[in-house]
Design a protein around this ligand. Sequence first.
Ligand SMILES: [Zn+2]
Length: 93
Amino acid sequence: MTHMITQRTPADQALAAELLHRVRTADAQIPAHRRAPRTLAEMRAREEDAARCAAPVRALHKCPDCGQLYHDGDNHTCGATRTPAELAAAAAH
Ligand SMILES: [Zn+2]
């Protein structure tokens, strides 16, 4: 049951102004980091954050021979003669 509003009465204008005031007042009370994005730029920034968070998490290992930290899948070249499997096994202990 929709119909076109062809004329705005003073009551319509007052209601519109009141609603806009209430929305803006409520919106201002929401902390910025909790507010839904309102502009295209804010939406894109949120999408980029989500894409960054979707990147796989890689485990961080500590080499049992030299003590250096390295990420899972990275080559660790400290001169240790252990194989990656041996390093992983040693790090698990
Ligand atoms: Zn090492």
